[in-house]
Design a protein. Structure first.
Lengths: 290, 391
């Protein structure tokens, strides 16, 4: 078991034939992901990486039965691509694209919600169910199969966390990089209950950062609904106020969204909060041994 | 990206948001001429820097004669203005905005920002204008009216009514004017892909007109590609030269106060590395994200920028290679040591894609000052020790 995606998940790639799309689609195929085709307007009918290319998402869904789309479309057009996927009946769009305008994502997400399509990202590494299905750009070899679910705003901290968990002798069920932009799709609030319901997941790692209040909402939810142990790290304790730290969302203005506020809220909800990301693995080992 | 008050007011004016008349000046002569051109017998001389709190810092003066305009412009131009938003080093004032005086009856606050929880823009208004809005939010949150606007329907009458009733505006004509003001400001926000608009204070004049006495705008950097007019307003002198140079090489760099230079891939891990250094008793000298397309050239550039900071006593390179290949980073370190005099210890932790190859490259090169680390904790520990001269 796992959450969101598994070995049977049929995936199409939007922006299939571009540089990024091609490179990462090949990596996903090598990992074992069931990529069944892709979409690039005006390249319909061609074959790419041994898979069919379609002009529209609707055609791709009709022909392949795909339920998930991995989106590599450039930032100026990504909202369009996501809304197209929503109308074509895709159930989950994993948006890797970095640098999407906030206003565009606001519109695209509202449309996705209206059509019942889940989204992950943008500006994220994607989602991986260890040894089954990788939809994104993460290095697959780090994610050994195991019993820990992982949710992270940051790409490289996802790898750091997963790697430490594996080094401690445990492994990952599913890891989800939710992205750090101001508007994102699935977040802790939706993903924590999925891990709670997944029988294989025995502990959850959640990695957050400064900015916004998603971690505060998560703390509330954990207190009320989550019985499995949660280990958390919040990046940006040393970040100066009012400065943007690479992720569009990681900007602190005013008192809301500081690392301390989030760490306190999580701790109060019974979460094992680590001050340094170097302690994620050890903390997971501890909570699992209890 | 942020712009100056006078630029924000130019944009407001394009959308019919009422602003006082004003002229920008780069010198004392230009300031006096501006006052003459505006006419009247009272003017405001305002320092143009990208920070709030200018009045308290002495950057905004009321002039009651042309002589006073001259004196204040002379005082303000070239001064280093320190406010609660500039940091202790302050900002050099290179432009002053000369504005006609206004008849202030009431001071209000009006702003538009993204409400991340609701995922839509929210108009914020308060009767407590002229005060720091964050203080108002803390001390008397009931005095802030928040109206979220779903972009799918845009600004409607009911949004306007919620706003004016919330502000306690009872005069029907004034209600209409305020609703018109807010709806135009919402249009500015949406059309220009703003990240934030703030008018503090928005004044009501003796004759019941609402006017934007101040204006602050920030924009979504990711949307600038479709706003060449905004991009043209960029004031490079307001940006840190090192941060700007870094961004030209795809590096995201922010200078901090500490002693340990950091070079990391990914914003989250970069922040996490700073946090770890801090946790272990050291102080980070910078935030530096080398991004996903790091190569030998960009890494060398990163070293160059980090080493410009004389406070740096050690550098911690912390890379978890996903898309970034560690062997490229290793080659970058070799390249950097040829181009730049790396005179401080460099602690290198390379993990992930092609890490063994990278270790081999560094081992064979045998560069003095380069110290390998096995993981994040080990690297941070060594960096802290090195900065203290204990390694």
């Amino acid at each position: 078991m796992s959450i969101l995606v598994n070995k049977d998940t049929k995936v199409i790639v939007q922006g299939f034939t571009g540089g990024e799309g091609t490179f990462h689609a090949q990596q996903c195929l090598d990992y074992g992901t069931r990529i069944v085709g892709g979409v690039t307007p005006n390249k319909g009918g061609q074959e790419h990486l041994g898979k069919p290319v379609f002009n529209t998402v609707a055609e791709a869904v009709d022909a392949t039965g795909a339920t998930v789309s991995m989106v590599f479309v450039p930032p100026a057009f990504v909202a369009d691509a996501v809304m197209e996927a929503a109308e074509a009946g895709i159930e989950l769009a994993v948006i890797i694209t970095e640098g999407a305008p906030v206003k565009d994502m606001q519109k695209a997400k509202a449309h996705a919600v209206k059509h019942g399509m889940k989204t992950i990202g943008p500006n994220c590494p994607g989602v991986i169910t260890a040894d089954e299905c990788k939809i994104g750009i993460m290095p697959g070899m780090i994610f050994k199969k195991g019993n820990v679910g992982l949710i992270s705003k940051s790409g490289t901290l996802t790898y750091e966390g997963a790697n430490q968990v594996v080094k401690e002798g445990y492994g990952i069920t599913t890891a989800v990089g939710i992205g750090g932009d101001p508007i994102i799709g699935l977040s802790y609030k939706q993903l924590l209950p999925m891990f709670e319901a997944d029988p294989e997941t025995e502990a959850i790692v959640m990695i957050g950062e400064i900015g916004g209040d998603l971690e505060i909402q998560a703390a509330k939810l954990i207190k009320e609904q989550i019985t499995k142990p949660v280990v958390a790290f919040i990046a940006g304790q040393t970040a100066p106020k009012g400065k943007r730290m690479g992720h569009a969302g990681a900007i602190i203005s005013g008192s809301a969204g500081t690392a301390k506020e989030k760490m306190d809220a999580l701790e109060a909800a019974g979460v094992r909060v680590v001050v340094s990301p170097a302690d994620i693995g050890k903390a997971v080992a501890e909570v699992l041994k209890k | 990206m942020n712009i100056h008050e006078y630029q924000a007011k130019q944009i407001f004016a394009q959308y019919g948001v009422p602003t006082p008349r004003g002229i920008i000046a780069n010198s004392v002569d230009e300031a006096v001429n501006a006052a003459k051109e505006l006419g009247g017998d009272i003017w405001v001389v305002k320092a143009q820097i990208h920070a709030g709190g200018r009045g308290l810092g002495g950057g905004v003066k009321l002039a009651k004669s042309l002589d006073e305009v001259k004196r204040y412009a002379d005082e303000i131009l070239g001064m280093t203005l320190v406010t609660h938003q500039t940091g202790p080093e302050g900002k050099l004032v290179q432009k002053v905005y000369i504005e006609e005086g206004a008849d202030i009856k009431d001071e209000l606050y009006l702003g538009v920002v993204l409400d991340r929880a609701k995922e839509m823009p929210v108009i914020m208004a308060s009767t407590e204008g002229g005060m720091d809005i964050e203080t108002v939010a803390e001390e008397s949150p009931e005095k802030i009216v928040k109206v979220a606007v779903d972009p799918a329907i845009g600004f409607q009458g009911f949004h306007g009514r919620a706003l004016v009733f919330g502000l306690g505006i009872t005069d029907k004509l004034e209600q209409r004017k305020m609703i018109d003001f807010a709806s135009k400001l919402y249009n500015v926000y949406m059309d220009k892909d703003a990240e934030m608009i703030e008018i503090n204070p928005l004044i009501k004049t003796g004759s019941g007109e609402f006017i934007a006495l101040d204006g602050k705008m920030g924009f979504d950097d990711s949307a600038l590609f479709r706003h060449p007019d905004i991009e043209e307003m960029r004031d490079l002198s307001e940006e840190d030269p090192d941060e700007r140079e870094a961004s030209q090489y795809g590096l995201s760099y922010i200078a901090l106060d500490g002693e340990i230079g950091c070079m990391v891939n990914g914003a989250g891990l970069a922040m996490g590395t700073m946090d770890t250094i801090n946790y272990m008793g050291g102080t980070p000298a910078n935030f530096l994200d080398v991004g996903g397309s790091a190569n030998a050239e960009t890494v060398a550039k990163g070293f160059e920028i980090i080493l410009k900071n004389p406070k740096v006593k050690a550098i911690f390179v912390n890379i978890f290679g996903g898309i970034v290949r560690c062997d490229r980073i290793a080659n970058g370190i070799l390249e950097a040591t040829k181009q730049v005099d790396v005179h401080v210890p460099v602690i290198v932790r390379l993990d992930g894609t092609n890490a063994p190859e990278a270790a081999e490259i560094l081992k064979n090169a045998n560069i003095k000052n380069v110290i390998p680390a096995t993981d994040l904790a080990d690297g941070a520990q060594k960096a802290v020790a090195a900065a203290k001269g204990e390694l």
